[in-house]
Write a protein that binds this ligand. Structure first.
Ligand code: SF4
Length: 388
């Protein structure tokens, strides 16, 4: 057979594989739960719950993948997975703001933020496999927005011009909800920038829809190729509770590991989900068991329709984190407890003599970098601005 025919055959095979993989996870995405009627078939909601939920999702849409839904214990009304993904009347509480970290002020063009000198942040999409009720970008998830990347080439030019940028975090929404072709385009353009050392993808797909990874070997091949030959790729997962780590998640993470992708985790401390030392410690242990490096535990941001329902005070947060660390070995307590404040990423260090102590892990103003500071303790405060 002539060589060009072999190439053509191979391409056709590859395309068939691509189409099949696309079909599998896209169908799962299409069939995800977006209406109260659909959810009621699975969770047997009361009339009151249904009414309230309908009002809530008019403002902030619901999307729940069947995989995520299957993790809920239907007999437990306080189930932590349920709390994270099922809309509730608690979202009527408007305490807080929609942009708590000054994201709009760091936006250089739609979808490109530059807050810390070394890191550029791309908002690649406003969609996810599941819409978490505690999301700090609630203002744009599943909604009409002008905050998503529109001019990718201009964003690339901006990053090329700013040689102080050493890494790009591709986030959203969930960037792994994008087609493999689009992800490839991101990788092609970004890996050609000399001064970048690595590219990160911030994603919840490993727990929300692990089939996105498992059913698409082209995605894995692509990631393996780029991380091996072009630019180091890190996947930053977002897992908050040990029960999110299903068998499928373990297999998906192993597949990433086999593709030479480093995986680390950012959790958020959430009331009624992981705000006990035992659960937080167990989470770190389970992460490490499946080769995910604990990286950050974030203080929940004071986001409108989130703060009241999910935020614990800094005082309680510190107690939970410190007690959890007492149950952990060195590698599993390598994470930092931090607050993503508009002035920088602030590490929450401890309490002594009526004061809380902090340090800038990263600062918007380079002059603040590494700065150590204290504030008088207010036991109920949930954010730096609530301390004197
Ligand atoms: S997957 Fe991430 S971006 Fe999407 S809703 Fe959840 S927390 Fe927000």
């Amino acid at each position: 057979m002539p060589e060009n025919e072999v190439i053509l055959m191979k391409r056709t095979e590859t395309n068939r594989g691509r189409i099949h993989a696309d079909y599998t996870w896209r169908r799962e995405l299409r069939e995800s739960i977006r209406t109260v009627v659909h959810l009621d078939r699975h969770l047997w909601l009361s009339q009151r719950e249904k009414r309230q939920m309908s009002d809530v999702i008019e403002r902030h849409p619901m999307r729940i993948s069947h995989h995520y839904l299957s993790l809920i214990d239907r007999n437990d009304p306080d189930d932590p997975i349920r709390k994270m993904i099922v809309p509730s009347a608690e979202e009527f509480n408007l305490l807080g703001q929609y942009d708590t970290s000054g994201e709009l002020s760091n936006t250089m063009m739609p979808g490109l933020q530059h807050k810390y000198a070394q890191t550029a942040l791309i908002l690649a999409t406003n969609r996810c496999a599941t819409y978490c009720r505690y999301c700090f970008r609630k203002r744009l998830i599943g909604l009409e927005t002008g905050e998503i990347l529109r001019r990718f080439n201009d964003a690339v030019k901006y990053i090329e011009r700013h040689t102080e940028i050493t890494n790009v975090l591709v986030s959203g929404g969930d960037p792994l909800i994008l087609s493999t072709d689009i992800i490839e385009r991101f990788l092609q353009k970004l890996s050609a920038i000399d001064h970048l050392n690595f590219i990160r993808f911030g994603t919840k797909i490993t727990v929300a829809m692990p089939d996105r990874i498992l059913s698409d070997k082209h995605l894995l091949e692509l990631l393996r190729y780029y991380t091996t030959y072009k630019k180091r790729i890190i996947v930053v997962t977002h897992i908050n509770h040990p029960r999110e780590i299903s068998q499928k998640t373990v297999v998906a993470v192993k597949a990433l590991e086999r593709a030479s992708i480093a995986v680390s985790n950012q959790a958020v401390l959430l009331k009624g989900v992981n705000d006990t030392p035992e659960i937080l410690a167990d989470l770190q242990k389970q992460l490490l068991k499946v080769s995910i490096q604990p990286y950050y535990v974030f203080q929940c941001r004071p986001v409108k329709r989130v703060k009241h329902n999910f935020q614990v005070s800094l005082h309680k947060g510190l107690q939970v984190v410190e007690r959890a660390k007492r149950m952990l070995d060195g590698p599993s307590k390598r994470f930092r407890y931090v607050m993503s404040h508009r002035t920088g990423k602030v590490e929450i260090l401890g309490i002594s003599d009526g004061y809380m102590y902090f340090r800038y892990h990263q600062a918007k103003d380079p002059a603040d970098s590494g700065k150590f500071f204290k504030r008088r303790l207010v036991a109920t405060a949930g954010w730096l601005d609530e301390l004197e």
